[in-house]
Design a protein. Structure first.
Length: 202
């Protein structure tokens, strides 16, 4: 017991002799990586919960498969969700996939479907879910630096603009994409809680 007390006393004496600036840097060196890792895990779990909250996948309609192949994508990177909600999104940190619900498939015509699939495929090919998770984790870890938050917001805007440009290129015009976005935004969704779970992972 005496040895333990002496060790604690020596440790406290050492800490009091350390300059406050060094204590701050040591603390930051431990806390920042921890916040980064925790943020990545929370995002991964949120995306996983959201995907699992949807109903089981159904057989992919042949029309959807043909559009997907025409865009140069593989069928295994597409998941068809048996749900009346109008959902279409890209998710997956390691292996991004395109999820589309029956509600979205029925709401869009052929040109609109091609436009939104091209938009989400651009996210998948650029691994935007992974990049977005990294940016968000950096923002959470360096919350005390406003510049990091600004860079994260710029990244969100830039990736959507790039995906829109890809969609316009494959859809041969802006009208189909605009029409599709209007239909998807005006239709009822599964739940606001579910959408909020995945919105920042894209």
């Amino acid at each position: 017991m005496g040895d333990a007390i002496n060790a604690c006393t020596n440790l406290l004496g050492l800490l009091f002799r350390v300059p406050p600036r060094q204590i701050f840097f040591w603390s930051a060196a431990a806390v920042i990586p921890a916040l980064f890792v925790i943020s990545i895990l929370r995002q991964w779990l949120a995306t996983r919960r959201f995907v699992r909250s949807l109903r089981g996948t159904a057989i992919i309609p042949q029309t959807l498969v043909e559009v997907f192949h025409d865009l140069g994508a593989r069928e295994q990177d597409l998941a068809f969700v048996e749900s009346p909600a109008t959902l279409i999104f890209c998710a997956g940190l390691i292996r991004p996939r395109i999820f589309i619900s029956r509600g979205a498939f029925r709401a869009l015509d052929a040109k609109e479907l091609r436009a939104v699939l091209a938009h989400e495929l651009h996210h998948a090919r650029k691994h935007d879910p992974f990049r977005g998770a990294m940016f968000r984790a950096l923002q959470n870890a360096f919350f005390f630096i406003p510049l990091v938050r600004c860079l994260y917001k710029r990244h969100l805007i830039a990736k959507e603009v790039a995906a829109d440009r890809a969609a316009v290129r494959f859809a041969e015009g802006k009208l189909s994409l605009a029409s599709a976005l209007y239909k998807l935004s005006s239709a009822p969704i599964a739940s606001s809680a579910a959408v909020s779970a995945f919105a920042d992972q894209r």
